[in-house]
Design a protein around this ligand. Structure first.
Ligand code: 3PG
Length: 216
């Protein structure tokens, strides 16, 4: 069954300080071929940015990231988020997310956390923070004992390392913030966002093609 993780080999993790940047960033990602955006709720005005994208760029699949509480999850949905991502999940947050009518990607960093989510029926998870938590070697090691679980790793991934993750059978996509660097947003350099998006997409597609043909 195809899920959120199958939509794009890369989910951009985007942090926006100025809501005026929200719509141009979303359009710049689309121009680079990326049809999905995880907007983090890490800034003071992130809900305004979320609502602006939901209203003005409905063609991009919009999700809210860095969701820490049930309340944040509810507001994000009200403002137009169509999926939710958390860096980790308490059982309370997990149960709240699962009662909502959108795909959710709770963050896990250990097999026990993954099994807690799996006990509740989840099979798609975020692996965070991917680099410090063991990287692609960790996900490769747990593919055998928990083959039913799939991961979107984020945290420390770059265009140069994404292929190591996408080569794994339990990694349909990766996430990362490198497509929308703070410096590009501050300079309103939307062409750079589009170029980084196109490069990431090309690298992701190449990795998938190699994987489909059984290559390294
Ligand atoms: C996340 O929330 O997924 C991470 O902050 C993204 O990590 P990165 O900035 O290292 O790409």
């Amino acid at each position: 069954m195809s899920t959120l993780l199958d939509l794009s080999p890369i989910i951009p993790v985007v942090t926006i300080e100025d809501p005026a940047h929200a719509v141009p960033v979303a359009r710049a990602l689309l121009a680079g071929g990326i049809g999905i955006i995880e907007l983090t709720l890490r800034t003071e005005r992130s809900f305004e940015s979320l609502n602006a994208i939901a209203t003005e760029v409905p063609e991009i699949r919009l999700g809210a990231g860095s969701v820490l509480t049930p309340h944040q999850a509810d507001i994000a949905i009200e403002l137009g988020a169509r999926f939710l991502v958390s860096p980790g999940a308490t059982v309370r947050l997990l149960d709240h997310l699962l009662a909502l009518d959108v795909p959710v990607l709770p963050g896990v960093a250990t097999v026990s956390e993954a099994l807690t989510a799996a006990e509740r029926g989840l099979t798609d998870l975020k692996f965070f923070p991917a680099g410090p938590a063991g990287g692609s070697a960790y996900l490769a090691a747990i593919a055998a004992p928990v083959p039913q679980l799939r991961f979107c790793p984020t945290g420390g991934i770059t265009v140069d390392t994404m292929g190591d993750y996408l080569a794994l059978p339990n990694v349909p996509c990766v996430g990362g913030s490198w497509l929308t660097p703070a410096s590009a947003l501050a300079a309103a350099d939307w062409q750079r966002v589009t170029a980084l998006s196109a490069a990431a997409l090309a690298a992701g597609r190449a990795s998938r093609t190699r994987q489909a043909h059984g290559g390294p």
